[in-house]
Design a protein around this ligand. Sequence first.
Ligand code: S3P
Length: 168
Amino acid sequence: MKIILIGLMGAGKTTIGKELSMELGFRLVDMDMEIEKEANMSIVDIFEKYGEAEFRKKELNLLKKLIKEDNIIISTGGGIIKEKTNCELLKNQKHVIFLDGNVNTLLRNVSNGINERPLLKNTKDLKIKLQNLLNERYDKYKECAKIQIDINGKNIDEVVSQILVYIR
Ligand code: S3P
């Protein structure tokens, strides 16, 4: 089985992925961390030195590779749905889960990770930025996912339980 978590920055993809990985005993791959490891460079540096397009290429190549694996939880980066090919790959998978949070939930969760996120770094109004990204991407998350989980007002355990019920 393969579980793929998608959603905007601050939706809790990494944290929920860790919990799922412990519950199910599957390997967790956090795509951002894997890209950083492979490039031996932070995401911020990759964006600054090579640009977003290069990052998206790395993201696509990694997804292509990971999608062949089994018994894995894949925690994607928030922009995974920007590439059409990624969307096609995701649509062919059984357990793609969209962690759906409103802007207040996302804002609360990203607050202490702004400097590690190139798209939020140096942003004057974080709430507006997140709202714009959500507006731009919302339909794509829905389109690529098999199930959408409302994360607003829920703690991690509640979201994880919901996912476990869904996959079992
Ligand atoms: C991005 C989200 C980030 C990371 C990169 C770009 C995006 O991942 O991949 O900064 O375009 O939304 P998280 O969603 O894990 O923060």
